[in-house]
Design a protein around this ligand. Structure first.
Ligand code: ASP
Length: 340
């Protein structure tokens, strides 16, 4: 574990606390020239990056964990737990939109710098699937537990079973039932999966990913988010990547693992994300999923560079470091929603 005094000495913000971090909203205009925004970074550590607007408060919690001496894995776990516990986040944990049977089913995974990883899928009734995924990583000989087995394991570890379907989500589900039209449109209102990547002060990478998945999915559907290599992947010698968006498309391309491989071949995080988004587009341009397809990736490398890229407009991510504080940045993207 990090020695807190050393950490505070090395981290300018440690002396003034997280509340002094600058919350600077970046320019919202997109280049939209099929190029990639150069997300500059000084290479200073630590660095935390996470998907969508809910990443902002998740980053705060993760940073707090780091400056209090927590490890990278402690940081990403505590960070994404903020979104899991927030009933207003309709695509993660408690308050997440249910499947077509009205059941909230959760997917999550976590990975550390030694390539240890843990995952739960199709888990019901547990507010913090990421904490269960961490227990799978640390306390079992396995990587993934699913459904009933994952729930049994969670209960054996002292997790409390509770109803995760909030009245708001139940209301939305009943409204959806009137037409039962399955169009898993992933947009800026949904706010989607939270994926978080961290580079700690020792240069070690960690990642976490957690979601309630696509609203109105079939009962039993599992997306990319609990799948190491799809929703999340890291290689501590190279970098880390994580996904949001239509899980089926991310699984088909082993998305996050491929982003890391692009960084291994020398691409910047943003260029690596773009390459895999282009690949997903090429595979899907005549596919049935194309009409509602959105995917986005975030990535960081060992040098402390970071970036993100999405297929369609509207994807943003939260970045926190000790030079510019915590802020939202817009990912570059391939196309607008009304383009094909
Ligand atoms: N990737 C998630 C899933 O397919 C959903 C999302 O990020 O919007 O389950």
């Amino acid at each position: 574990m990090t020695n807190r005094r050393n950490f505070i000495k090395k981290t300018a913000l440690g002396t003034i606390g997280f509340s002094s971090l600058i919350a600077c909203k970046q320019d919202t205009k997109q280049a939209h020239d099929h190029s990639v925004t150069a997300h500059q970074n000084t290479g200073l550590k630590p660095l935390i990056i996470s998907t969508w607007k809910h990443g902002f408060s998740a980053n705060e919690a993760a940073w707090e964990t780091l400056i209090n001496g927590g490890s990278g894995i402690d940081a990403v776990e505590s960070g994404v737990m903020v979104s899991e516990g927030d009933p207003n986040e309709r695509s993660v944990g408690y308050g997440g939109l249910p499947d077509r049977e009205g059941k909230v089913t959760l997917d999550a995974c976590i990975m550390d710098h030694n390539s240890n990883c843990g995952s739960v899928s199709f888990l019901q009734g547990i507010k913090h699937p990421i904490a269960v995924a961490r227990k799978v990583m640390e306390d079992t000989p396995h990587v993934m537990l699913t459904g009933e087995g994952a729930l049994k394991f969670a209960l054996s570890k002292g997790f409390k079973e509770e109803n995760l379907l909030t009245p708001e989500s139940e209301k939305d589900w009943k409204k959806w039932l009137e037409k039962s039209n399955y169009e898993p449109i992933i947009n800026i209102e949904n706010h989607d999966t939270i994926s978080m990547l961290a580079l700690d002060e020792n240069g070690n990478l960690s990642g976490a990913c957690t979601t309630s998945g696509a609203a109105w999915k079939m009962h039993g559907r599992v997306g990319d988010s609990p799948i190491i290599g799809a929703g999340l992947f890291l290689d501590n010698a190279v970098g880390a990547a994580a996904a949001t968006g239509l899980g089926e498309a991310v699984i088909r391309t082993a998305g996050s693992a491929m982003v890391v491989e692009q960084m291994r071949m020398g691409k910047s995080p943003a260029e690596a994300c773009k390459t895999i988004v282009e690949r997903i587009y090429n595979i899907h341009k005549d596919h049935k999923d194309m009409a509602y397809l959105q995917v986005g990736f975030i990535a960081i490398n060992k040098q402390g560079q970071y970036g993100g890229y999405s297929l369609r407009s509207g994807f943003d991510f939260a970045v926190c470091d000790n030079t510019k504080g915590n802020r939202m940045e817009n990912a570059s993207f391939k196309m607008e929603w009304n383009e094909n």
